[in-house]
Ligand binder design. Structure first.
Ligand code: KIV
Ligand code: ZN
Length: 528
């Protein structure tokens, strides 16, 4: 960000480094794996986003991780590239080898410090761990000027031992010390206190940067990270969309926007180009297939959408009534006022104005009445339907096709066949067709029933969740009579989702075609 655009308090505040671990802690979580090319694309976007550190992988963990760190190290221009390794010589060597092409490399080494991990995982004494830390950090430091050391499970560690380990790591040459809440167990006041106590106990602590790294098992990762910042942490480790082990890591977009929006309160700022946030979030979702929930803070589809009449009225008077940050500041063009059954007259009038219609009060009243009647039956009202209402030919929901039942037969050595039953008003219509696959067969059956030919130009099914009962989102783009229409539907069954998505596109086409025909008729019939 250019200095000119900084607010006074931002210039006076301390900078917090943003350490992105989407490609390491994030990528190692279920459903989020990426191939080499995808990781490189993500790293390039992270650099556009302006993060300070990109943790690109755990090189000893696999050949894929090694290659990703190596490739990203060569591509990234300004950000620091970190490679993770245990406090073991062999791991450190492998990380250093992977980081070879980096302009700004960082070795990030770690060992657990909690009694639970020492007793059950490492089976080591305090003395052995202290020796490992001293040996690993000084070895890493002999290779690389920038060394970060993490005390895994710091939040469940005895604070006196933690302070001893931190002091040993600083003495051995670590420049960044990370105190993670590895299992997402801490609560904010307690986690903040741990930072305070470590700062009070450790000599030379002000020579290094303290870092926070929180997991979201109790939904507290962002709150805990901010508590650490309030208690002296100046690096925050986080991931795009909060992906990560189990319930995920602290979400980068939430941390960054909390600091931007409440920086005056927190006394810090970041160097992130916040306008790149949504682009980064969407890229990650498309690369991993892991979509964010609609109501996810900052990047969810509803984050800047308003439906309640009172809120829409407030928004139209002044956006600060219901928005604490602008959609543009995260890279969204504008907020949306969703027209549904909760909307009021003000939003309806505004949407008509956007469509080019200035309504007199009585016209608005009549349109509003029609609109609420339709909104009671339908989730969202589209622009073409609003125009139809205005022209006194409200779209008849009776003209829409609804899926009643369908049946498909498919398998090896047989021609896929589908039988589809649709309802239009009170009429039930049924037909069958064969196709190249079950979805194609179902689409052909719909075409036979409706007599409306559509050309499928885009089709995708994405998994929205993970596991056997995964929910798939089907998306189609269909050309009807030279015009493109989108359809989307979610279902646990991909064929049902695909059929419903197609019907949504078809119904939109129906509404729009009827409208166009009516308009042409009106023009032709109008006396000269
Ligand atoms: O959660 C954790 O403790 C980690 C460390 C390896 C930094 O991811
Ligand atoms: Zn972690």
């Amino acid at each position: 960000m250019h200095e000119d655009t900084l607010k006074g308090w931002e210039m006076a505040t301390e900078r917090v480094s943003i350490f992105d671990t989407t490609l390491r802690d994030g990528e190692q979580s279920p459903g989020c794996s990426m191939n080499l090319d995808e990781k490189v694309r993500m790293a390039v976007q992270l650099e556009h986003l302006g993060v300070d550190v990109i943790e690109a992988g755990f090189p000893i963990a696999s050949v894929g991780d090694f290659e990703a760190v190596h490739e990203i190290a060569g591509r990234v221009q300004t950000a620091t590239v970190a490679g993770l390794c245990r406090a073991v010589t062999q791991d450190i060597d492998r990380a250093w080898e992977a980081l070879a092409p980096a302009r700004n490399p960082r070795i990030h080494t770690f060992i657990a410090t909690s009694e639970i991990h020492l007793a059950h995982k490492l089976r080591k004494t305090h003395e052995q761990v202290l020796k490992d830390v001293e040996r690993a950090v000084s070895y890493a430091r002999s290779l690389c000027a920038d060394v970060e050391f993490s005390c895994e499970d710091a939040s469940r560690s005895d604070v006196s031992f933690l302070a001893e380990v931190v002091e040993a790591a600083i003495l051995a040459g670590a420049g960044v010390i990370n105190l993670p809440d590895t299992v997402g167990y801490a609560v904010p006041a307690e986690y903040g206190r741990m930072f305070r106590e470590v700062r009070a106990r450790v000599k030379d602590i002000d020579r290094i940067v303290l870092s926070t790294h929180c997991h979201n098992d109790l939904g507290l990762a962002v709150a805990n990270s901010l508590a650490a910042v309030e208690n002296g942490a100046r690096q925050v480790e986080c991931t795009i969309n909060g992906i990560g082990e189990r319930a995920g890591n602290a979400a980068l977009e939430e941390i960054v926007m909390a600091i931007k929006t409440r920086g005056e309160q927190l006394g810090v700022s970041t160097g992130v180009v916040t306008e790149e946030i949504v682009r980064s979030s969407r890229l990650l979702s498309s690369l991993t297939g892991m979509l964010v929930q609609r109501n996810k803070a900052i990047v969810g589809a509803n984050a800047f959408a308003h439906e309640a009449g009172i809120h829409q009225d407030g928004m139209l008077k002044s956006a600060i009534t219901y928005e604490i940050m602008t959609p543009q500041s995260v890279g969204i063009k504008h907020s949306t006022l969703v027209l549904g059954k909760h909307s009021g007259r003000h939003a309806l009038k505004q949407r008509y104005a956007d469509l080019g219609y200035t309504l007199a009060p009585e016209e608005l009243e009549r349109a509003y009445k029609e609109f609420t009647a339709i909104a009671d039956q339908k989730k969202e009202i589209f622009d073409e339907e609003l125009v139809a209402i205005l022209e006194d030919r409200p779209p008849s929901l009776e003209s829409y096709y609804h899926l009643e039942t369908f049946h498909v037969t498919t398998g090896t050595g047989i021609k896929p066949t589908a039988t589809v039953e649709l309802r239009k008003g009170d009429t039930r219509l049924v037909d069958s067709a064969t196709g190249d696959g079950p979805v194609d067969a179902a689409y052909r059956a719909i075409e036979r029933i409706t007599g409306i030919a559509g050309k499928l130009t885009e089709y995708s099914v994405k998994s929205v969740s993970y596991g056997h009962d995964t929910v798939g989102e089907a998306f189609v783009r269909v050309e009807f009579d030279g015009v493109m229409f989108n359809g989307r539907a979610v279902s646990t069954d991909v064929i049902t989702g695909s059929v419903k998505a197609y019907l949504e596109a078809l119904n939109r086409a129906q509404a729009s075609l009827t409208m166009r025909k009516e308009q042409t008729r009106a023009t032709v019939e109008e006396p000269a």
